[in-house]
Write a protein that binds this ligand. Structure first.
Ligand code: TXA
Ligand code: MG
Length: 347
């Protein structure tokens, strides 16, 4: 299959064309504010099966259903409780996915066999225009080969999926850069399943107490049952094994410097790059004091290591407040939660 690269900024028919492909059951890479999505008609089991095939995604990992208006929840979830409405009003359109009980018209293949469904109303104008042009809700996981870092440019999507999908819509680089926050409202209390573009503090400001799923903090065995099935799979990982070194930028840089071998890679804050430049393969992901910039750069930096010859990677990592929680979660997941914590034992 020849994958078409569609450019709405140069071609006024591109978004309608993407919508027509989606209505026909095809899979299309689309820009969103978080990461690129691999979209298909969420109501069509055959179209959704093509997403799983293109990504090589395990069948039990549910997809997020994307909508273009808050009211569209009423055609997808079987309940729209007050807490969900409050979240939607506060953070939609935007980088938040809300898990609710699903209606029967959402096929089991879309929900990974669960009776619940994740719903998101993205803020990217092209994403909204494509959903409207398709005329159906769009199931879309991140548009990467399963296990690789998510994609934040159309070029990344082509790297992973050229020849496997009908088209990619180029909407430029994603402005958030990490995926949406996933919160479940299906249990006794709201539960954070994945940190993302909306911070835990922002969720708490609307919901009060929010439980934190343990998959955020530790590696989950492949055979275990978890609330967010996606959290148990190896994720975001470059080919070389990653070790996270957590501490102040100076402390972690000192520690990493002392570990460097022949073919080491270092994922570091911008201001630490010079320190390593003649001893290691260095990729930076933004200044240590700008977590929003780190979020925009992290996946691109992780991907760049795969074009190098490094055999091990040491990574710096921001603290877990604000969007730093999402950035540090992605880095720790890339490391399979292999973390050396230099702050342990410190007050
Ligand atoms: O920002 C995003 O969320 C991007 C863009 C394209 O919207 N999408 C995305 O999808 O990151 P994906 O499939 O890569 O990650 C979705 C996560 C997975 O960890 C999945 O297991 C979880 O959300 N999830 C989806 N539906 C769920 C459900 N019904 N119950 C529990 N977890 C669910
Ligand atoms: Mg993903």
């Amino acid at each position: 299959m020849q994958t078409k690269l569609l450019r709405p900024t140069e071609d006024a028919t591109a978004l309608d064309y993407a919508g027509a492909l989606l209505r026909d059951g095809e899979v299309v890479g689309i820009p969103t504010e978080t990461v690129y999505g691999l979209a298909a008609n969420a109501l069509d089991p055959e179209a959704v099966a093509r997403i799983f095939a293109a990504k090589g995604r395990p069948q039990d990992n549910p997809l997020i259903v994307h909508i273009a208006a808050i009211e569209d929840v009423n055609g997808i979830a079987s309940e729209f409780p007050a807490e969900a409405q409050a979240l939607a009003e506060a953070f939609w359109p935007g980088p938040l996915t809300i898990i609710l009980p699903k209606q029967d018209r959402i096929p089991m293949v879309t929900s990974g066999g669960l009776n619940t469904v994740g719903i998101r109303f993205p803020s990217h104008p092209m994403a909204q225009a494509i959903i409207r042009a398709a005329g159906v809700p769009l199931a879309a996981p991140s548009a990467n080969t399963s296990g690789r870092p998510s994609t934040t440019t159309a070029q990344h999507v082509m790297e992973d999926l050229d020849g496997k999908i009908a088209a990619v819509v180029d909407g430029g680089p994603c402005t958030v850069g990490v995926e949406s926050t996933v919160v479940s409202l299906c249990g006794a209390r709201p539960r954070l399943l994945r940190p993302g573009g909306i911070s835990l503090e922002q969720l708490q400001s609307v919901l009060g107490t929010v439980e934190i799923d343990r998959a955020l903090k530790e590696k989950i065995d492949d055979t275990e049952t978890v609330s967010a099935p996606g959290m148990k799979y190896r994720h975001y990982a470059p080919k070389a094994p990653v070790t996270v070194v957590f501490g102040s930028p100076k402390e972690s840089a000192d520690y990493i410097y002392a570990q460097l071998g022949e073919n080491s890679g270092v994922l570091c804050f911008d201001e630490c790059a010079k320190r390593f430049s003649d001893r290691a393969i260095v990729e930076t992901f933004g200044p240590s004091d700008d977590e929003a910039e780190q979020a925009r750069e992290i996946f691109d930096a992780l991907r760049r290591f795969d074009e190098t010859t490094c055999t091990e990677i040491f990574a710096q990592c921001p603290p877990s407040s604000g969007i730093g929680l999402a950035v540090s979660n992605r880095i720790k997941k890339a490391a399979g939660f292999h973390v050396i914590d230099l702050t342990e034992g410190q007050a």
